[in-house]
Design a protein around this ligand. Sequence first.
Ligand SMILES: Nc1ncnc2c1ncn2[C@@H]1O[C@H](COP(=O)(O)OP(=O)(O)OP(=O)(O)O)[C@@H](O)[C@H]1O
Length: 573
Amino acid sequence: MRDVEHVREIERVLQGRPTTRDSVVLASWRRCVERHGLDPARSSPAHIVPEAQLRAHREQAERLIAIARSGLESLFRQVAGQNYVLLLADAKSVTVDFFGDPRFEAELQAAGLYLGSDWSEHLAGTCGVGACIATGEAVTIHQSDHFDLHHTPLSCTAAPIFDTSGQLAAVLDLSLLRSPQPKASQNLAMTLVRTAARRVEMANLMAMARREWVLRLSSSPEFLEVDPEAAVALDGAGTIIGMTHAARTALGPQLLGRRLDEVTTLTVDDLPDLMRGRPAEDRVIRLPDGRALFGHAIAPQTVRLPRQGTQLPGGLSSLAGPDPHMQALLERAARLAGSRLALLIRGATGTGKERLARAIHMCRRDGGCFRLLDCAALEAGALDLPPGPGTLVLKGVEDLDHAAQALLLRRLADCPLRIIATTRCDLAQMVRDGRFRPDLFFRIAGAALDLPPLHLRQDMDWLIERMLRGLSPDALRLSAGARAELKSRLWPGNLRELAATLEAAALISGGEVIDSPDLPPPLLAPAPEAEVEDLPAILDACGWNMALAARRLGVNRSTVLRRVRAAGLVPAA
Ligand SMILES: Nc1ncnc2c1ncn2[C@@H]1O[C@H](COP(=O)(O)OP(=O)(O)OP(=O)(O)O)[C@@H](O)[C@H]1O
């Protein structure tokens, strides 16, 4: 009965009868009938593109997906537990990325809230993604706003993402399988998708304009550096060569190709005055129409090219993914590996010191034997070193008492083995405090390698993937919620704790998908105040997601914001 009423309403409205529907819905109904030849009485299921076609769409959108991912993850975390599904559709309306609750997978797939669904208006009728692409505006298509009866249970709120030249590149859509009746229930969803889309555009512009000037704009000095509203990229002559969509609202509609002094009262030579050194309140930009905005200029970055042809030998390449600090550390380790110089590997518990020592040993073709000595378990007198060549790892060297230090020093005097010592402590401080012999310290610390704690690593996804593959070669995967939860933890036990958590979760889930409830809770409560000097590194590791950084630091979000402002930190371009 309701179906018949829906069809009749569309017919009545298209005949010009009064309606309370939004004008965007009305215009879309009209396009469906008059342009696309759709019939409201004929319902059709969700359109899912074939696997090969989806792969092609994903490859085309690969860069955008990578840039959008952290914004999507943070958005999905904000709506966690409310049954929202998050879709990223490309400019051709095909869903190329998806976050949803795997427990409802079959239902979501049937509804088209899934990877590969094609939400083109000419196929699906009036829908969030389709109407957003047709209008270039953020829209909510709520329940019976949908044209096709198959979709009328859904509520879809979608916002466009524009590329730096102003072309519509993608759509971010937050949908519900079931929603409360009033359309106004989706107002918050609208704010969330708009904000997320704006941030993705900002991240895209920053990535594209590393070697250009970027001018970020905000109507309030407080948010200028942490969450600006709009931005433009400028070449050396001050011509606008890229922008976020909101820059059109801030500076005017036709921006590309215009010079900065045509749309503001500034020239490119004024940009250094808008850099971080000055208080945000003083960085005022006057516009020709009398309005004022606050500006933050970011100078072009000098690009450090990666060293050509650095292939990490042996097992070193398997120790880290895309984390600049770890890659630099492993390159250093690779250069030191071939020598017989004694090495000191420093890092908190479970950061992978022993693994690194083994990988360094494996780099030498004439490696000889590998011997590991646990210094905590060393008994006086029981220090027999093998006579031949090889590597001797002194694990936890800080645990040696004075007698054992003296004995070890004597034995090492004519030892042919390459020494690699590992420590969780500040051994130099122990030397200063008289707790560790300086002569032994200099014998074992020819060069030092420092492993970072897990919460500062930027290759968490890579590590998780590697560990999952170790647990199950192909099937096992994480839900988006579980991944977000893992990435927000502090990990005092570092890689060892992460590996054990994933193993336990895999057993608890008993299936192919590990979801948030499968994750065992952290065993050790976070320290009350993480060190403030970690803040820039933590922000980088969290992609400048304040909420995530707050959880990793064990403080609330406003504390992070306050510290960011106090330290004058901004994301690296
Ligand atoms: N690169 C890695 N990839 C995957 N898992 C790793 C990696 N490095 C370490 N692990 C995991 O962490 C555990 C601890 O690693 P390792 O023993 O090397 O750490 P450690 O720093 O020497 O620890 P501790 O100081 O507590 O002895 C390993 O057993 C393994 O489960």
